[in-house]
Design a protein around this ligand. Structure first.
Ligand SMILES: [Zn+2]
Length: 402
């Protein structure tokens, strides 16, 4: 009798503790070294290095940090996660120059991460689309950036009246104008028009002022090689950073942006590349798992930016991630992860504000004051209108962030 009671009580205890095993993936963009004073890119928003280290302290203290290989095996069912400790996977999008130091910081702690690279940065030594936008606005301010934008439209004979984006300083919210610009580049132009206009701005605005600007924007092949030697994994983030769902219908573009990059990375670095991170990552930018495997079986994992707990039942082609913002402290990040975990385990959402949804998109993005001399001005997330907070609208439309 006593034995039965004991069994019953332990059953009760374990059922109370039962939780779904899984992991939360984080998707970082800019990790700024605030000690560096040179350059005119102080407007770029991102997590500063000191804050990044605090994030890592918090993550290592509360969660099980997973290696890319472990996440791969978890999806295949050959690696199990403890239901007592939630896993965390670190990922970095866009092949930003900042990621070299971030990779070193992680390696010093014995951690490894996925770094998702747009292959244009290695193959053509040209920046990815959103990086041109971020650096262009950071360097020139929004007003001057828009002048360069109009000149580029003229250069490519694109009708200005159809694509113009107007910013009246003091009257309009610069963030809304930046969001408009991002929408235009992502969905209104064709893929080749977007690329042509942005590369024109890159040449006339950035390279002209800062001949070696590319090195401050993106990783080099030698750096990626070193990062792999540190134990990190690389994955595909398209070739020029395009919305994969937008180009899905175009056979040759799909090949150039999704298939070829994997082959290029494997041939260049002699590693197996098995993961894809969808640029922008919102629902309207990603394929469903059915649509992806109908097009290609080249990948084993695909990451979006849906804020979900990845469990054994999550499709390996629709894995979620949360994009930490420049305003995320270790504390707010901890709360956000707990909220995602709780939701993933069928619990009620806490009253924690959904600040996370006002992400800056693939990026860090920039302070769009349009004026000169303003320092790092974080996006006023708490006052963003409700529709802008929706990740599908804001992601890489306002970043982070992509
Ligand atoms: Zn991105």
């Amino acid at each position: 009798m006593a034995e039965v009671l004991q069994v019953r009580s332990s059953t009760k205890k374990s059922s109370k503790q039962t939780s779904v095993a899984g992991y939360v993936a984080l998707c970082y963009h800019y990790i700024r070294d605030t000690q560096k004073k040179e350059g005119s890119f102080h407007r770029l928003l991102g997590t500063n290095q000191q804050e990044f280290s605090k994030h890592l302290d918090m993550l290592q203290g509360n969660y099980q940090l997973l290696r890319p290989q472990e996440v791969m095996r978890f999806s295949k069912g050959t690696f199990s996660l403890s239901s007592q400790k939630i896993g965390i996977l670190l990922t970095f999008d866009d092949g930003l120059a900042d990621h070299y130091q971030a990779a070193q910081i992680l390696a010093q702690r014995g951690l490894s991460a996925y770094f998702f690279l747009p292959t244009c940065i290695l193959k053509e030594k040209l920046p990815a689309n959103p990086t041109i936008l971020h650096y262009g606005i950071a360097a020139a301010g929004l007003t001057s950036f828009l002048e360069h934008y109009r000149n580029a439209l003229e250069e490519y004979r694109l009708p200005i009246q159809q694509y113009d984006v107007v910013f009246e300083v003091g009257k309009q919210d610069p963030w809304e104008i930046i969001a408009q610009l991002k929408q235009t580049f992502r969905y209104r132009f064709s893929v080749s028009q977007t690329r042509a206009v942005l590369l024109e701005i890159y040449r006339t605005l950035l390279v002209k002022r800062y001949p070696s600007v590319f090195e401050s924007m993106h990783l080099s092949e030698a750096q990626v090689r070193e990062m792999i030697a540190m134990g990190h994994a690389i994955g595909v983030h398209s070739h020029t950073h395009v919305s994969v769902a937008v180009l899905n219908e175009d056979e040759s573009l799909f090949h150039a942006e999704v298939i070829e990059p994997k082959k290029f990375l494997e041939a260049t670095f002699q590693v197996h590349v098995d993961a894809l991170s969808y640029p922008f990552g919102g629902k309207q930018d990603c394929l469903t798992w059915e649509a992806l495997i109908a097009r290609t079986r080249d990948y084993d994992l695909a990451f979006t930016v849906e804020e979900i707990l990845n469990t054994q039942t999550t499709s390996a082609y629709e894995l979620g991630r949360y994009m930490p913002m420049s305003t995320d402290t270790d504390e707010t990040l901890h709360k956000t992860i707990e909220r995602i975990v709780q939701r993933g385990q069928g619990g009620r959402e806490t009253s924690v504000s959904r600040h996370s949804l006002a992400s800056e998109d693939c990026a860090g993005s920039v302070a769009g004051d349009g004026g000169q001399g303003k320092t790092h001005a974080p996006r006023p997330t708490s006052h963003a209108p409700a529709d802008i907070r929706h990740p599908e609208v804001i992601h890489e439309t306002a970043d982070p962030h992509q």
